[in-house]
Design a protein around this ligand. Structure first.
Ligand SMILES: Cc1cc2nc3c(=O)[nH]c(=O)nc-3n(C[C@H](O)[C@H](O)[C@H](O)COP(=O)(O)OP(=O)(O)OC[C@H]3O[C@@H](n4cnc5c(N)ncnc54)[C@H](O)[C@@H]3O)c2cc1C
Length: 296
């Protein structure tokens, strides 16, 4: 099936894009098209007007600046996968990028588009939550930073305003004793996650000062495992500590049974993935190696 006809606008600057969003009637933003185009083709989305941001060159960046990792709205999954900066300093991003969909989708799809799509099975929302990052929304009144915790409302529904464009997502640059990781279970290459867990740990003198855990595909949105985070903070890493954190994350998850697995199985996977991601994050922080109860 082909999409229904629509008006196509190609702004070249953020200002132009925002003016179009303000003046047009119910416009839809097009970035990498890897979620939107299939919906157009199946006529699950039937916009009259599309604002295609691929010509806004100023949004094509991935860089560290002012104490943050910043990804512009045109940074593709493959840009993250290929980045030396990411390899060197951002373990969770480096883990997740090659696990998103397949190479064709990664070449075109954007990280920001995935966050905007707010699919609970999307990987980047969990990483944004684990890192306590922000979504930068630009609209007629300028920029505002939406904390990741306040962004996801329901499947495919966020707190982004109708006349706003996400220009950037950002996470704090890693501190000296920080490590992060992402573990994902999927049936085969190209699939979305059955379950995924992103972790960020910051240590102070061997003690976990701050813990962030984001979960994928096991609730109605990407969700934080706050009970597990609280359990970890102020403690020294150990197999018992990580096992309890895994258990708490699993208890806080709300997966649904489907053709790929039952809810009980997915909860068990959250437990396992959390423990694995905690182990990697602790190791990458350079402070400790925690004996693995759950192996790779
Ligand atoms: C077969 C398949 C497998 C996939 N597997 C995974 C996976 O494993 N993990 C994963 O995370 N994703 C997966 N995806 C989704 C993929 O990552 C998409 O690239 C992503 O969801 C959307 O990014 P996009 O740039 O393609 O956005 P588009 O398809 O262009 O847009 C998606 C939505 O976001 C909105 N949007 C896009 N950019 C902005 C912006 N800057 N501001 C405001 N709104 C915006 C659009 O209006 C639209 O509603 C998969 C997709 C497919 C088709």
């Amino acid at each position: 099936m082909k999409s229904a006809p629509f008006e196509h606008h190609e702004p070249e600057t953020v200002d132009e894009a925002v003016s179009l969003l303000e003046s047009l009637d119910d416009p839809t933003i097009l970035a990498g098209g890897q979620s939107l185009v299939p919906m157009l083709r199946f006529r699950l989305a039937n916009p009259d007007v599309v604002v295609d941001i691929n010509g806004v060159d100023s949004l094509d960046y991935l860089r560290e600046e002012d104490g943050h990792l910043r990804l512009g709205a045109l940074a593709r999954h493959a840009d993250v996968e290929d980045s030396a900066l990411i390899d060197e300093k951002y373990g969770s991003f480096a883990d997740a990028a090659p696990l998103v969909a397949d190479p064709q989708i990664r070449n075109r799809g954007t990280v920001v588009g995935s966050v905007a799509q707010a699919d609970p099975k999307g990987d980047w929302g969990s990483i944004l939550l684990a890192h306590e990052g922000d979504v930068i929304a630009t609209g007629p009144d300028g920029d505002r930073a939406i904390p990741a915790d306040e962004f996801f409302l329901l499947p495919y529904d966020t707190t982004l305003g109708e006349q706003e464009l996400i220009t950037e997502i950002r996470v704090p640059a890693p501190e000296a004793n920080e490590g992060s990781a992402y573990h994902k279970l999927k049936r085969k290459t190209g699939d979305y996650a059955m379950a995924g867990v992103g972790v960020r740990l910051v240590f102070d003198d061997g003690v976990i000062e701050s813990a962030g855990i984001g979960m994928t595909a096991v609730d109605i949105t990407n969700a934080r495992a706050t009970d597990a985070e609280e359990h970890l903070e102020g403690e020294r890493p150990s197999p018992d500590l990580f096992a309890k954190a895994g258990e708490l994350a699993a208890e806080q998850s709300n997966p649904e049974s489907d053709e790929h697995g039952g809810a009980d199985y997915k909860e068990r996977m959250v437990d396992v993935l959390t423990q694995r991601a905690l182990g990697d994050a602790a190791e990458r922080a350079g402070t400790v190696t925690v004996e693995r109860r759950v192996t790779q």
